[in-house]
Design a protein around this ligand. Structure first.
Ligand SMILES: Nc1ncnc2c1ncn2[C@@H]1O[C@H](COP(=O)(O)OP(=O)(O)OP(=O)(O)O)[C@@H](O)[C@H]1O
Ligand SMILES: [Mg+2]
Length: 244
């Protein structure tokens, strides 16, 4: 009985209230109308606050950030850092696509994770994923009926990061999915960050063309030694341990 009363009271209140409870537009007294015009969905953003759901590895929260980045005195590395930093701040005046290309171990994933964490911390919906993992996940979606939901999330998230493009086997199905996703982000001018080891001529032509579009994309070609194995990056502790 008590429950029923509360329910009734609530529904009467809902009918008469001008502003939607919990909406940031309450103070304007026009919440419900604005809500329909915006994407204000508290439940959705709460879910997006989970770093695992965003695909952000827990360890990278401390390790792969701008403040842990070392200037290596290599111009192409410095350029990539500069564009990444700008992107992380939300300055998309250069373009809404950022492509970090280069050989292994030059810090492409490090920079993209640093960008993704900044956007995540600013409460944007972020999806960070390796391309082959994404394709596996979409395939699984056929079995548990979540395929369309997964694809929609990739299509509409505020920031999409595709790590290691070109590492996947360019089978017909995979190629078509990547083409579609990149094209959606391209047409809607939505933020997309891509890393790749592949040369642009090795990527699918339609995907490469969009990623290289000078009107909306910055391509930072990094040319440096592998940070993982470069002798200059072995700290004194590490070297001593090796000698001992
Ligand atoms: N300039 C840098 N400052 C600090 N750490 C760096 C720098 N460059 C690379 N690293 C570190 O080196 C390791 C390799 O970097 P990362 O994984 O980003 O390379 P990558 O370019 O994505 O390589 P791959 O193509 O193999 O995926 C990471 O632990 C990263 O934090
Ligand atoms: Mg990488």
């Amino acid at each position: 009985m008590k429950k029923l009363k509360t329910k009734e009271a609530k529904s009467t209140q809902e009918k008469t209230s001008i502003a939607e409870s919990g909406s940031p537009y309450d103070i304007l007294g026009c919440g419900p109308r604005l809500k329909r015009l915006t994407t204000w969905e508290p439940e959705r953003w709460e879910k997006a606050k989970n770093p695992l759901a965003a695909g952000l590895p827990a360890l990278s929260k401390e390790a792969m950030r701008f403040h842990t980045w070392q200037d290596r005195g290599v111009p192409s590395v410095a350029h990539a850092y500069y564009f990444a930093k700008d992107f992380a701040r939300g300055n998309l005046s250069w373009g809404n696509f950022l492509v970090l290309a280069g050989p292994t171990g030059v810090g492409k994933t490090h920079l993209t994770l640093a960008i993704a964490w900044e956007w995540f911390d600013d409460d944007f919906s972020v999806v960070f994923t390796r391309v082959d993992d994404l394709l596996d996940d979409l395939r699984r979606g056929y079995d548990d009926n979540t395929y369309h939901q997964k694809l929609e999330r990739i299509r509409r998230c505020s920031l999409l990061v595709l790590d290691d493009l070109g590492a996947e086997h360019a089978k017909e199905w995979a190629g078509e999915k990547i083409d579609r996703i990149v094209d959606w982000r391209y047409v809607d001018r939505l933020p997309l960050v891509v890393t790749t080891n592949a040369r642009s001529e090795d990527l699918a032509p339609r995907v490469a063309s969009r990623l290289k579009d000078r009107r909306c994309s910055i391509v930072a070609q990094i040319d440096a030694d592998d940070y993982r194995t470069a002798a200059t990056n072995a700290g004194p502790d590490r070297r001593q341990k090796r000698v001992a």
